[in-house]
Ligand binder design. Structure first.
Ligand SMILES: NC(=O)c1ccc[n+]([C@@H]2O[C@H](COP(=O)([O-])OP(=O)(O)OC[C@H]3O[C@@H](n4cnc5c(N)ncnc54)[C@H](O)[C@@H]3O)[C@@H](O)[C@H]2O)c1
Length: 269
């Protein structure tokens, strides 16, 4: 997929951060945009700002954890713009930075409902439409943590790891239908992930040491959401299986694979 002009993209979590960056990059490429978010005010502001700049963008109410909400949002998209060409399953919430045994199981469930099942609902809702059309592309947002897990972040890492497996499986499944699938694995991006998570689930404030609270103290190189949007666009154009954002993450990923290789090397012949 190289000519994006007039293509219809549905982006979840487009009211802020990476989803907003995708919307801005896709609008610059001439796409028509359906922007979904649980924060209806923010997503409406993003859609209005893009419309003011001459792009075709609408905001839709969407709670990704709710299949009925997905069905209604996709229906709205199709009746407004016609068939969807690109789905960006991007909405997500931050994990708690705590020892695995200290994360209450209901918090695991709440986060997994959004960060994993939220994407599954999106796939189940949109894939039949792409199959009927015989073309399209899906981008699932995971994290570099889906490949290189950080300690004390287990609920988030588990969901993001699952998104990598989900994407690899669905990529192979959809190839015969002419539909591409990429998994986006961002490193550190300057967003309000911690704040938006707590706004949605205030009880997490007491439990969380949120990413945004400690953003300046971490030794990571933060990039801007618009840069992730542009890299995503390139990844779709090239039908990349993985879309990375930070070249410096390569060494960590290779270390993970070195451990796997070493385990095979240790097997008796
Ligand atoms: N910021 C980073 O450094 C980073 C790194 C790796 C991966 N990610 C992933 O990128 C994605 C986007 O996060 P971000 O950093 O841009 O954060 P963000 O908080 O700026 O944006 C996330 C958006 O998703 C929306 N959202 C949350 N729950 C939702 C729900 N149930 N239904 C619909 N919308 C919902 C929020 O309202 C928000 O607008 C997430 O999946 C996150 O896990 C972020």
């Amino acid at each position: 997929m190289t000519n994006f002009t007039g293509q219809v993209a549905f982006i979840s979590g487009a009211g802020s951060g990476i989803g907003r960056g995708m919307a801005e990059a896709f609008a610059a490429a001439g796409m028509k945009l359906v922007l979904g978010d649980v924060d209806t005010e923010s997503v409406q502001q993003v859609a209005s700002a893009l419309s003011d700049q001459g792009s075709e963008a609408i905001a839709v109410d969407l709670d990704v954890a709710d299949r009925n909400s997905w069905d209604a949002a996709a229906q709205r998209a199709v009746s407004h713009f016609g068939p969807i060409d690109i789905l960006c399953n991007n909405a997500g919430v931050a994990g708690l930075t705590r020892a695995v045994e200290d994360i209450p199981i209901e918090e695991w469930r709440w986060m997994t409902d959004i960060n994993l099942y939220g994407l599954v609902h999106g796939l189940q809702c949109v894939i039949p439409k792409l199959k009927a059309k015989g073309s399209g592309h899906i981008v699932n947002t995971s994290s570099i943590g889906g490949l290189v897990p950080l300690p004390n972040f287990s609920e988030y890492m588990a969901a993001k790891h699952a998104v990598i497996g989900l994407s690899g499986s669905v990529r192979r499944e959809l190839e015969p239908f002419g539909i591409g699938v990429s998994v986006l694995c961002p490193g550190a991006v300057r967003t309000a992930l911690g704040e938006t998570t707590v706004r949605q689930r205030p009880k997490r404030a007491a439990l969380a040491a949120s990413r945004s609270d400690v953003v300046e103290d971490l030794p990571w190189r933060y990039i801007e959401p618009i840069d992730v949007g542009r890299l995503t666009l390139q990844g779709i154009a090239d039908n990349q299986a993985f879309i990375f954002t930070h070249p410096e993450n390569r060494a960590e990923v290779e270390e993970e694979y070195d451990a796997i290789r070493a385990a095979f090397d240790a097997l008796p012949n």
